[in-house]
Design a protein around this ligand. Structure first.
Ligand code: ASP
Length: 341
């Protein structure tokens, strides 16, 4: 399968942030000009928010959180405010974060009331003795930690509700025709909108984070790769920081984020090649998606084997670059980019 983007740069910049907003069937013909602009704007906001942290000497963890919170608060992405619905008409959010110098990590799965699950993942990492909390316990923990709790209705968007109704109708149709008699089929193959970020701070520390609503029409407490350390998220200063998006079950089975990091650390494989190897393994098992990868020198890669991936990066020059479609990175000037040069 062709890997459709080719974006990596080695530069001497001491800071770097790379974000993604999901990979999938993202093509020019499927996006209106207005939507394209809206995505560009939120990706740029996310990048400038994280960059401001790094520029001020803040940590890569804080930059990852700042970048992801912007996307979680936007209805455009399948994370936080714009999350997809489960079969039961519920929002169940997953998120994880990892720090590269200590390899400390935190994650939450299937939470329903936390406005910014990435903050909850960070609280698990920094304020609990655990790595992963799920369900009501995780919601209660976040409340105890003073994080913003919202009524589940906060996450309702008409667009996602319609997506669920369509998925249920399609599933019924397939069952009526005995295509998949007993197997519930969540929406695996559509445009996705999981969000993630990887950052390198001035102190040479890497961090990675990922946040998602999972897949439309998911059932039985399904949890994907995003909150699974090593699958959806990984960071180690000795190799790379990685955030993934795609067919979660297959990213878990290929341990996608760690797989990529292990190739870099143990086999000294260049990061583009490592990401492509992982995506090839995923494709061979019937999955697809994308990976953002960043090493401690500031080399980065944004790779995907889908039609497109919402993505962007910013370094110490403060220039915001955003891409969506294959082979389509371009500079976007924002007022912030001038301030931070
Ligand atoms: N990987 C996510 C999940 O399976 C979905 C996505 O990235 O679009 O939950």
């Amino acid at each position: 399968m062709t890997i459709q983007t080719n974006t990596t740069r080695a530069d001497d910049s001491p800071i770097r942030l790379v974000v993604h907003g999901g990979a999938g069937t993202i093509t020019r013909s499927k996006l209106t000009k207005e939507l394209e602009q809206a995505y560009t704007q939120v990706l740029a906001q996310s990048l400038t928010a994280g960059h401001a942290v790094l520029e001020a000497g803040g940590s890569s963890i804080d930059a990852v959180i700042a970048a992801i919170v912007v996307m979680e608060d936007s209805p455009l992405f399948n994370a936080g405010k714009g999350a997809v619905f489960s079969n039961a008409g519920r929002i169940e959010l997953d998120a994880s974060i990892m720090e590269g110098s200590t390899r400390m990590a935190g994650s939450v799965a299937a939470v329903t009331t936390i406005r910014n699950p990435i903050r909850a993942a960070n609280a698990v990492m920094t304020k609990s003795a655990h790595v992963m909390l799920m369900g009501q316990g995780a919601d209660a923990f976040a409340a105890e930690m003073g994080l913003e709790i919202v009524d589940p209705s906060y996450f309702y968007t008409q667009f996602r509700w319609n997506q669920l109704q369509k998925a249920i109708a399609e599933e019924r149709l397939m069952q009526d025709h005995d295509v998949v008699p007993d197997t519930p089929q969540p929406q695996m193959d559509k445009k996705r909108g999981t969000v993630g970020a990887v950052a390198l701070d001035r102190h040479g520390n890497l961090a990675a984070g990922t946040s998602t609503g999972g897949v439309t029409n998911k059932r039985f407490g399904r949890v994907g790769d995003s909150p699974v350390i090593g699958a959806g998220t990984y960071a180690d200063n000795h190799s790379v920081a990685v955030s993934a998006t795609g067919t979660g079950e297959i990213f878990i089975r290929t341990v996608a984020a760690f797989n990529t990091a292990a190739q870099v650390r143990l086999q000294h494989i260049p990061i583009i090649e490592a990401a492509d190897n992982t995506l090839a393994e995923i494709a061979a098992l019937g999955g697809d998606g994308g990976l953002i990868v960043l090493d401690a020198k500031g080399n980065y890669a944004m790779r995907f084997n889908t039609r497109g991936m919402y993505r962007g990066t910013i370094g110490s020059d403060g220039i915001v670059q955003v891409g969506m479609f294959a082979a389509d990175d371009r500079a976007v000037s924002t007022s912030n980019s001038h301030d931070t040069r």
